[in-house]
Design a protein around this ligand. Structure first.
Ligand SMILES: NC(=O)c1ccc[n+]([C@@H]2O[C@H](COP(=O)([O-])OP(=O)(O)OC[C@H]3O[C@@H](n4cnc5c(N)ncnc54)[C@H](O)[C@@H]3O)[C@@H](O)[C@H]2O)c1
Length: 334
């Protein structure tokens, strides 16, 4: 489907679900961007879920988002149970403003929901010549190291830096694969890779439904579990949001709002070494890239390069949408 047509269909669906014009535009843009970036688990496969949650009154389509100024660097946002895209979009713009003023911005967001890819927000800070960390917690999907039951979300860690060229953006779940990919596989009847999730009995499964009922595996055992825990503290405990496995699953739990938390930290990278920063960054990347290559590698990529290539490759292409999701969109538009 042409991107312009897809965007207008999405906007119509969000408007029908009582979002303001501005918020419908923000949500449609991020959903289409996830598709262009080939992050399909965070794209159209989630549209019906957002609409179902609005209908169930657990997402507020007309949130009164409040920004409390704590200092010139620090802001605290109450998202009033908005769709995560909306509050995160406001939050990163505030964090950029704060860092431009003082050198560092710290923005905490509470009462939010799923916001898609952390890189959406990191990229905005990097385009403003800032270094950035983005954190969000997520519904229980990983068993803490040594536990039998899921509690941490797939809690991504995101770090962005301007390079003067393609931005360096590391954006990764603390699980081996992200949950959106498993959700989408379940919806479309696809298998998931071997070794990324266990079923309820603790056995490795490639069945998406069994994986969702069981537990996903963290990256690098106790190290990944520790990082997921860190993200839960930063974006849950610290921001006054739900944490410790209390974030509601957006697909399965309609008993109340998600109350997810996000934390954005923006930093002017020139505060210590001034204009030399970008030059030193480029030197740093060059030193890595010119290393002798391991077998099967012709290039060493830095985080963000692959996504940037995908974006450029797909930008002028139509978006392919599976029949099942097209049907959902038609029903939501009816
Ligand atoms: N909102 C939420 O609740 C939530 C929860 C979990 C994940 N997410 C999002 O899901 C997305 C996907 O996460 P993921 O873990 O599947 O990411 P991924 O495995 O696709 O990529 C992880 C990181 O590795 C880098 N990378 C990939 N291939 C590389 C290569 N060959 N060489 C060097 N670097 C490479 C990527 O640029 C990226 O920064 C992220 O954007 C994350 O923010 C969101």
């Amino acid at each position: 489907m042409k991107k312009s047509l897809l965007k207008s269909k999405l906007k119509k669906i969000f408007l029908k679900n009582k979002l303001s014009k501005n918020h419908a535009e923000i949500c449609s843009n991020y959903l289409v961007k996830a598709e262009i970036l080939e992050a399909k688990g965070h794209g159209l496969a989630r549209l019906k879920m957002y609409c179902d949650r609005i209908k169930a009154k657990v997402i507020n389509p007309k949130p009164k988002i409040k920004i409390k100024k704590i200092s010139s660097s620090i802001s605290y946002i109450n998202a009033d149970n908005s769709i995560g895209y909306v509050s995160a979009d406001i939050g990163i713009k505030q964090a950029i403003k704060n860092a431009k003023k003082t050198g560092i911005g710290l923005v905490a967001i509470k009462k939010s929901g799923h916001y898609g890819l952390s890189s959406f927000y990191a990229e905005q800070a990097v385009n403003n010549k800032l270094m950035v960390f983005c954190f969000t917690n997520a519904p229980a999907a990983l068993a803490p190291y040594g536990a039998k039951k899921s509690l941490f979300g797939t809690n991504p860690i995101c770090f962005g830096v301007p390079t003067g060229k393609v931005p360096f953006i590391y954006d990764a779940s603390t699980s081996i694969i992200n949950r959106g990919t498993i959700r989408r596989a379940e919806k479309l009847g696809l298998k998931i890779p071997y070794g990324v999730a266990l079923n309820k009995k603790g056995k490795i499964t490639t069945n998406a439904k069994e994986a969702l009922a069981g537990t996903q595996l963290p990256i690098a055992d106790f190290k990944g579990s520790g990082l997921a825990w860190m993200v839960d503290i930063l974006s849950g405990v610290f921001t006054g949001s739900s944490h410790g496995g209390k974030i509601k699953d957006p697909f399965d739990d309609f008993s109340g709002p998600q109350n997810m938390g996000h934390l954005f930290i923006t930093i002017n990278p020139k505060i210590f070494i001034g204009n030399k920063f970008v030059k030193e960054m480029q030197k740093n990347i060059k030193l890595v890239k010119k290393l002798p290559k391991a077998k099967g590698f012709s290039n060493i990529l830095y985080p963000g390069e692959r996504k940037n290539k995908a974006y450029k490759k797909n930008l002028n292409k139509d978006i392919s949408i599976p029949a099942k999701i097209l049907k959902e969109m038609d029903e939501l538009n009816a």
